[in-house]
Design a protein around this ligand. Structure first.
Ligand code: NAG
Length: 338
C-alpha cells in the first residue's frame, strides 16, 4: 500500500497466488486506487504480468506504474486513473521521481542489467540513457541534480562500490571497494525540503573527468541497408516506443480508461454468452418462486372444493415449468377464491 504525500489517496497492489487464466506462474497482480473522498478504481494496466513498482509524483496528483512481462511497460496515470503518458516498453522494473518531481528515472536493476532512462516529465523528453551495471541501490540527491548508484553486500559480494552521476548521464565520481572488502550501505546527507531550489533541465551531458566504462546500451541489430531509414517495425520483441516517439503520424494516445473498460466489458459479455450456450441442457432449470405469491399459505391450504383443488394442483405443475405470468395470476386468483 502506497500513500501519496498529501494523504488523499492510497495505491494498493493486490496479488492472488493463482491466476485463473493460467497465464502466469506468479499469480495475478492488480493495482487499485482508493481515495479518502470515497472514489476508487481498478487501474487498467494495458499489459499483463507483474507490477514491479508504483511511485507518486511529489504533488500527489500523478503516479507512475512499471508493469507487465518483460520488456515492461511504464505509464503515468492521473487521479482519474486515466493514462497521461505511456513510455512504451523497456528493460525496467523501478521508477524514481527526482525530489523536485520534474525528472523521472526508469531503471532495470536486480536481474536486469542496470539500464536507466532519465526523463524530463514536463516535456516527456528522454534526457539520457546511462547504464549502472550490478546496482543494488539507487538514490536521488536532495539537490535534484545528482544520482547515487551502488553495489552493496550482501546482495552482491563482488565489485562493490558506488557512483555519483549527473542526471545527464555523466559519472562525476566513482569509488570501488578493494576486492577483499565489502560495501554495506551508502546514503545522501538528508536536507529539509526546499533547501535546493529547482533548476531548469539541461540536456547536454555535463563535463566529467571520470571515464564511463559502462557498456553502451545495446541497440537492436539493423541490417546496414536499413540503418538510416526510420524504424517501421519495432514489434519484433514486443517492443513498443514511448507514445510521442512512435513513427506513425498523429501519435495515438493510449486507450482511455473508458475505452479499455468497454473493450473488457465487450469481451466479458461474449464469454458469458458462450458459457450460457454451453450450459444449456434439456433439464428444466429450477424456477424461482414468484415474488408476489405468499407461498407457504397456499401450499398448505385447500379451497374446500375438490374440483378447484385439482385445478390448483395442475396449475402448480404448470407453474413449475414456468409458463405465462397469466397462469400464475390465475392460480393466485383461484386460491384467493376470486
Ligand atoms: C505532478 O503532476 C501534475 C500533473 O498532474 C503536475 O502539474 C505537477 O507539476 C507534477 N508535480 C511535479 C512536482 O512535477
Amino acid at each position: 500500500m502506497l500513500w501519496n504525500k498529501k494523504a488523499t489517496a492510497v495505491l494498493v497492489i493486490a496479488s492472488t497466488d493463482v491466476d485463473k487464466t493460467g497465464a502466469s506462474y506468479y499469480g495475478e497482480q492488480t493495482l487499485h486506487y482508493i481515495a479518502t473522498n470515497g472514489e476508487s478504481a481498478v487501474v487498467q494496466l494495458p499489459k499483463n504480468g507483474p507490477i514491479y513498482d508504483v511511485v507518486w509524483n511529489s504533488s500527489s496528483t500523478e503516479f507512475c506504474a512499471v508493469y507487465g512481462f518483460m520488456p515492461a511497460k511504464a505509464t503515468i496515470f492521473n487521479l482519474k486513473c486515466d493514462p497521461v503518458f505511456d513510455f512504451g516498453t523497456g528493460p525496467r522494473n523501478a521508477a524514481y521521481y527526482s525530489p523536485h518531481g520534474h525528472i523521472l528515472v526508469l531503471a532495470g536493476f536486480g536481474n536486469l542489467r542496470g539500464q536507466m532512462e532519465v526523463w524530463d516529465v514536463k516535456n516527456y523528453k528522454l534526457i539520457s540513457k546511462p547504464v549502472a551495471s550490478d546496482s543494488t541501490y539507487f538514490a536521488w540527491c536532495p539537490d535534484g541534480e545528482h544520482i547515487l548508484t551502488a553495489t552493496c553486500a550482501p546482495r552482491l559480494r563482488v565489485n562493490n562500490g558506488y557512483k555519483i552521476w549527473h542526471y545527464t548521464g555523466s559519472i562525476l565520481h566513482k569509488y570501488d571497494v578493494p576486492s577483499n572488502a565489502e560495501l554495506w550501505q551508502v546514503s545522501w546527507q538528508p536536507f529539509l525540503d526546499g533547501t535546493f531550489p529547482a533548476k531548469a533541465i539541461t540536456y547536454q551531458a555535463v563535463p566529467s573527468d571520470v571515464p564511463n566504462e559502462e557498456p553502451k546500451v545495446a541497440t537492436a541489430y539493423r541490417p546496414p541497408a536499413l540503418r538510416n531509414k526510420p524504424v517501421t517495425n519495432s514489434k519484433l520483441h514486443e517492443e513498443e516506443l514511448p507514445q510521442n516517439m512512435k513513427p506513425q503520424p498523429g501519435n495515438e494516445k493510449p486507450l482511455s480508461k473508458t475505452a479499455l473498460k468497454n473493450q473488457r466489458k465487450h469481451e466479458a459479455k461474449k464469454a458469458a454468452k458462450q458459457e450460457a450456450r454451453n450450459d444449456k441442457s434439456p433439464d428444466m432449470a429450477p424456477t424461482p418462486a414468484p415474488q408476489s405469491t405468499p407461498r407457504n399459505t397456499f401450499s398448505q391450504s385447500t379451497s374446500g372444493d375438490p374440483e378447484i383443488d385439482k385445478k390448483i394442483k395442475n396449475l402448480k405443475k404448470l407453474e413449475k415449468i414456468q409458463k405465462e405470468k397469466a397462469l400464475l395470476q390465475e392460480l393466485e386468483d383461484l386460491e384467493l377464491g376470486i
